[in-house]
Write a protein of this length. Structure first.
Length: 149
């Protein structure tokens, strides 16, 4: 599994011009699932996102995680996080899991993250979403459960 994690001042998701989720300060997380991913990958990413120290403390240092900073997490399923654009100009999505597996692991990831006590909002799986966010920093972190980067 892969994730693009952004520290945000606010973020929201709209489907058919209706807001379905929104958070104030916290993390916007785009998640992509690969065909060979399983629950251990979701567990690794949930733990990493939950404890990622990207919020500033009283000294201005990035020492706080999302919970310590009083933030929430908005999770958006995005199969494009798994795309391969190394060859040619058109990305390949062969490395993205099928819809059923991707949705199952997306749900597991969200549940595991919520089980840590942090507030978790979600996008809508397999819908065309408009994501609005104000990146704070900007702070953007790439995570991969296989630790490829």
């Amino acid at each position: 599994m892969r994730a693009v994690v952004q520290r945000v001042s606010r973020a929201s998701v709209a489907v058919d011009e209706k807001t379905v989720s929104s958070i104030g300060p916290g993390l916007l997380v785009y998640v992509g699932v690969a065909p060979d991913d399983g629950e251990p990958d979701a567990r690794y990413l949930a733990d990493k996102v939950r404890h990622l120290r990207v919020f500033t403390d009283e000294k201005g240092l990035m020492n706080l995680d999302v919970s310590q900073a009083g933030g929430a997490v908005l999770v958006v399923s995005a199969f494009t996080v798994q795309c391969d654009a190394r060859k040619g100009r058109r990305p390949s999505f062969d490395t993205a899991a099928g819809a059923e597996q991707a949705n199952d692991l997306y749900e597991v990831f969200c549940r595991l993250l919520a089980d840590t006590g942090v507030a978790v909002d979600r996008g809508v799986f397999r819908e065309h979403m408009h994501v609005d966010s104000v990146n704070d920093g900007p702070i953007c972190v790439l995570l991969d459960s296989r630790r490829l980067f």
